[in-house]
Structure formats: C-alpha cells, structure tokens
Design a protein. Sequence first.
Length: 255
Amino acid sequence: MKPNSISAIITLVAALFAVTVSILLPASYWWINYHSQLNEIASTAKIHALRVSEMVNRNPLVWQSEEHHLSSLIHTSFSPSGPPEIRIVLDLDGNVLARSTGRIDEPSVAYTERVYGSGDPVGAVAVQRSTRPLLQKTILVAFLCMGLGLILFIILRVLPLRALNRAHSSLHREKERLRIVVDHALDPIISMSREGIVESFNAAAENSFGYRAKHVIGKHIQMLMPGFEPGHTILAHEKTKTGETVEEGQDYLRI
C-alpha cells in the first residue's frame, strides 16, 4: 500500500473518531438527562395526582370549586433545586382548575397523570418543566467535546503519520544505500519482478551484456537470456541448458 493511501486512511479514521466524540457525547448527555427529567416529573405528577384523588374522594361534589385547596396540594416541588416547573390541575374537559405559581421558559417537557374519583377519571395533574437549562449545558458540553475531538484528531493523525514518515524515510535511505552498493558492485546484478520485467541493471551488467540500463529496464528478462522463466534461478537456468541436475537449495550467486 502506498504511503499516500495509508496517510488518507489514517486521516479518515482520525476524523471519524473526532466526529464521533464531538457528536455522540453531547447527544448522550442530552438523552440521559432529558429522560432523567422526564422520569422526575412523571413521579411528581403521580404523587400530586394521588393527593388530588384523595381530596376528590373526600369531596366528590365540590372539589372542582376548591381552587385554594387544590393550589395548596400542588404547591410543593419535590426538586426545589432543579429546573423551573409548573403544576396544573385540569378537569376532564382540559379546563385549568388550579395552577402553581411561577413560569417556565421554552423548550419544555410535560407529563400528565390522571386523577380518579371512586375509580373513575375525573381530571388530571400536569407537570411541565423547562429544558432550557439542560439545553444550555448540552451546548457547553458540545463545545468541550469539539475541543476534545480536535485534540483526538491531532493525536490520532499526527503521531501515526510522523511514525509513518520516519519509517518511509528510513526505508528510502536503505534503498538508496543498496542502490549505491549494487551500482558499484563488480558482479553483474539484475533485479526483476515476478513477471520477469527487469527493474534494475547495474554497471557491471551493462559491461557483461553490452546493453545500457535504459535499454533493458522495463523489458522482459528473456531479452538477455532467451528461455529463462521468472521464478527460476540463474544457476538453475544455466545447469538446465547443459543437462546438469539442480540440487535443492542451490541459488543464484552471480552471472
């Protein structure tokens, strides 16, 4: 795989991790806290609905007209340090019979619980809570996660690329040293691909075969040695031509 391809893959992976952190963490923070608040107001609505139901069963005919008493029943907040909320008592037609003091800012979340009298629904208690504080905190968390995502992107991209560049530079230096050794070797040295295409042709090979490197590189090895097949050693090729037996483990040393 080419260094540019590896670099592109590393950049893509780092970007995916950074985007995941920047989006997933704030979304998880919002989801967990939103459902936590929904559970809290559901519990609050159920408790207040139970109180109002007890009042209805004591005064089934006049309970709707006792606004002051209803207001006192829903006045208590079970999370005084939590986000602002309002509590409302409604009849079956949705008319407001009593309401707690205060106001809330939108957006908000609400939960409604039935009020029963003698086993039959006669109204409801609704609890509505502002989610604006949660939204503001989520935005702050999102900014922090964006910074964390940027740091993560830099770490996951820069450090691997730096190591890749060092390895690539080291490999390039080794190849250059090998090239110099091959070019100045006294023996002819030819390198070729698996398909038999000549890839390098040193000065000694030029003197031995009488071809310039530029005329040989890129050509098939059979241009120099007709009948030679890629995968065979030079030694095996020469012995095959003379009818000699090639022993296992023998390899090409020089031309």
